[in-house]
Design a protein around this ligand. Structure first.
Ligand SMILES: *Cc1c(COP(=O)(O)O)cnc(C)c1O
Length: 429
């Protein structure tokens, strides 16, 4: 019989796991080990020389993480994946797995606060310049690209005002200049959007958010679409012999694995020599989240949509942004890219500006005031004074962040309770 191709709901439960042959455990076991035995010295030597792939030391690989990596690679339609200690590490090590000192990155400006600071303040310390461009402004992207550019970076739904990226448009520019397109898809897990289908080369998720889904851990994952050609000499670290690997050239010397040179280098250089490893216990927790991801994303989206519709009609609300709201600047892009649901984030402003916004945030019941998104529980924050406070006033304005902005991450509580809490809090201002 031909092998069936399974739906995403099925893959979320089964992809990447082969039952442990010794115990036949149904669930994925947590492999708490630091190292793995070699059959003999030759086996060890073959593993070290990459003549054979297999477990060596748990900084580089772990069977629990391996299931998570294979499962998410399959959900996202990628060829290989690598789990890392945080979403931030996933972003940082993806960049430095391509760029080195003297290279440049072109990035959309509407970023997660921590990523913006990394690009604006940290990468330049390593002589990697980042050129920021307004959301979906492809003319600006083309203008920002120059002979030193080595990648283009975007988020699927940008911070803080939830602009949906026109991924196919960015992919076209990336192709034109033969640059990899890196997409942080944290706000749109693969049951909502698979950027590789629209031309992304590398996809990043913070696992700490919806994929884990329960606010219980920090982790990140990088997925390699496996189709970018790294043999272009401008990608120096793929074409020059690597001193850390007996002169191996990652773009040329990997045989069958050449298509996933990016993922393999991230493991053998990023994890092996720089060490941002995800602990297997955390990987196991994220796997529990993945199992119910399709169900949860549908409900997050349904609840967030209802909240956006409610706020839009409220007399004390000045404005609302939700990609699923008719008339929203991102509505048409959301129709194209997010047919399965527009995600769990809603942002809005209240009449009365910043002072009223802070009063609402301080008085709301049920919602937790904290700096996180993608928990099963509803969350609230005033972005200007917290998550994006490192940004200058100008950078905040350029990203569309205004003082009255309240950010909601809508959870899985009953929708009447969520709306009720917002109604009561709006009464207080
Ligand atoms: C949270 C987040 C990150 C960083 O992930 P951590 O796991 O917190 O390090 C990066 N990008 C986006 C869009 C995020 O929401």
């Amino acid at each position: 019989m031909p092998k069936r191709t399974y739906h995403i709901e099925t893959l979320a439960l089964h992809a990447g796991q082969e039952a442990d042959p010794t115990t036949m455990a149904r669930a994925v076991p947590v492999y708490r080990t630091t190292a793995y035995k070699f059959r003999n010295s030759k086996h060890g030597a073959d593993l070290f020389a990459l003549r054979e792939l297999g477990n060596i030391y748990a900084r580089l690989m772990n069977p629990t993480n391996d299931v998570l990596e294979k499962r998410l690679a399959e959900l996202d339609g990628g060829a290989a994946a690598l789990s890392l200690a945080s979403g931030t590490a996933a972003v940082y090590f993806s960049i430095t797995n391509i760029l080195r000192s003297g290279d440049e990155l072109v990035s959309a400006v509407n970023l997660y606060g921590g990523t913006y600071t990394m690009f604006d303040a940290i990468l330049p310390q390593q002589d990697i310049a980042v050129r920021f461009t307004p959301a979906n402004d492809f003319a600006a992207v083309e203008k920002a690209v120059n002979g030193k550019t080595r990648a283009i970076f975007i988020e699927t739904i940008g911070n803080p005002v939830l602009d949906v990226a026109d991924i196919a448009g960015y992919a076209a520019v990336a192709r034109k200049f033969h640059l990899p397109l890196i997409v942080d898809a944290t706000f749109t897990p693969p049951t909502l959007l698979r950027p590789i289908e629209y031309g992304a080369d590398i996809v990043i998720h913070s696992l700490s958010k919806w994929i884990g889904g329960h606010g219980v851990g920090i982790g990140g994952i990088v997925i390699d679409a496996g189709r970018f050609d790294w043999t272009d000499p401008k990608f120096a670290i793929y074409n020059e012999p690597d001193r850390g690997y007996h002169g191996l050239r990652f773009a040329h010397d990997l045989g069958d694995l050449n298509p996933v040179a990016f993922a393999l280098r991230l493991r053998t250089v990023g994890l092996r020599n720089q060490g941002p490893t995800l602990a297997p216990d955390a990987a196991w927790q994220f796997l529990q989240g993945v199992e119910t991801l399709p169900l949860r994303m549908a409900r997050h989206s349904e609840n967030a949509s209802a909240v956006a519709e409610y706020l839009k009609k409220h007399p004390k609300v000045a404005w609302v942004r939700y990609p699923g709201l008719e008339g929203d600047p991102s509505y048409h892009l959301a129709q194209k890219y997010l047919p399965e649901g527009k995600g769990g984030m809603v942002v809005f402003g209240v009449r009365g500006g910043e002072e009223a916004a802070i009063k609402l945030v301080d008085n709301i019941e049920l919602f937790s005031l904290l700096a996180n998104v993608g928990d099963a529980k509803s969350l609230i924050i005033h972005s200007g004074s917290t998550t994006h406070s490192q940004l200058s006033q100008e950078a905040q304005a350029a990203g569309g962040l205004h003082g009255d902005l309240i950010r909601l991450s809508i959870g899985l509580e009953h929708i009447d309770d969520i709306v009720g809490a917002l109604a009561d809090a709006l009464e207080t201002i």
